[in-house]
Design a binder for this molecule. Sequence first.
Ligand SMILES: *Cc1c(COP(=O)(O)O)cnc(C)c1O
Length: 382
Amino acid sequence: MADYATLKQQIATSPAFIVDEAELIATLQAFDDLREHSGCRLLYSLKALPLMPVLSLIKPYVDGFSVSSLFEARLAHEVLMGQGGIHLTSPGIKPDEMPELVDLCSHISCNSFGQYRQLDACVQPAVSLGLRINPQLSYSQDARYDPCRPHSKLGIGINALMKEDFPENIKGLHFHTTFAKTSCQPLVETVALLRCALSTHWAQLDWINLGGGYLFQHMEDRHLFLDVVGSLIKSGLTVFIEPGNAVVGHTGYLLATVIDCFDSDGKTVAVLDTSVNHQPRVFEYQLQPELAEHDNEGRFPAILAGCTCLAGDIFGEYRFIRPIAVGDKVLFKQAGAYSMVKANRFNGYNLPDIYVINGDRVSSVKQYGYFGYRQQWSPEEY
Ligand SMILES: *Cc1c(COP(=O)(O)O)cnc(C)c1O
């Protein structure tokens, strides 16, 4: 694990996203071990962080990438150069994109029967078609993040599926129903349900994709995962998992600097040169991100606030061992997944630069400036 003080000194600009290459490689090696022991195949869900240098680092450790759009499929193709599968599932495939998608992808899991019929009409023998299933077993309290919510748009409901003819050229099943789980129990229950409901079609299947949504490095019941995957392999299937967050989440940091500090109704507010627009999940989920400098025993609390005009642009209240002051640098952890990819320039604040570090080696990957902002908002002829 990185030494935070050294890490902060290594980075010349602020705000900045930092990817710790050594941590990423250690995670991928742990996945190697899981792959070896369980027999599952590993895909990286590219949407969590599509940074090309990161994709190149991940490539040797995975059996391919999983993607959710045409652009992701193109990027995956550029990086993989045929050395790995490209698995697609999305509710948003446009008809005019299908010919290119069936060229780029090795596996496509259709989100609906309508989508299946359209894809089937242009599909080539090299592509393996599957169905994205909604097992209708919910594991999220918050309906906004529950693919199994009533009237879901994600996948074919298991009850509806049992009433339809199961197409003969369907070779795979896909489901993805959880987020950031550390127990395999949902997986065990879901697979049991699918095996029971679809037993008459099992023999025609080549593969099953168990989705992402699990934090494999923190799994409390790894033996259950090994059991489930083992029994699926025994029944003749190739088993895929497609984590995103578990691969890159903890390898990324957001570095920020305190630019103002004052008392507001008896509490210290420290304004940062970043905002929740650089980590939109903080605001969407109303979650407080982990901060490297936070100390439970610290006697100096402060509210870390973003610099935009939004009153609720707040990271949270943290405790420090010294009073926080203008010029101090702070480091948010767990910023690898769904941060860089969702960051935006709201209020005209620059995007954080991006660095990849490994020990003493620091590579600057992206430097943003006014030009990028202007380009986004100026007509082509300007
Ligand atoms: C987002 C997504 C993943 C990756 O989820 P993580 O929680 O990042 O592991 C995998 N599969 C599908 C279909 C997804 O939508």
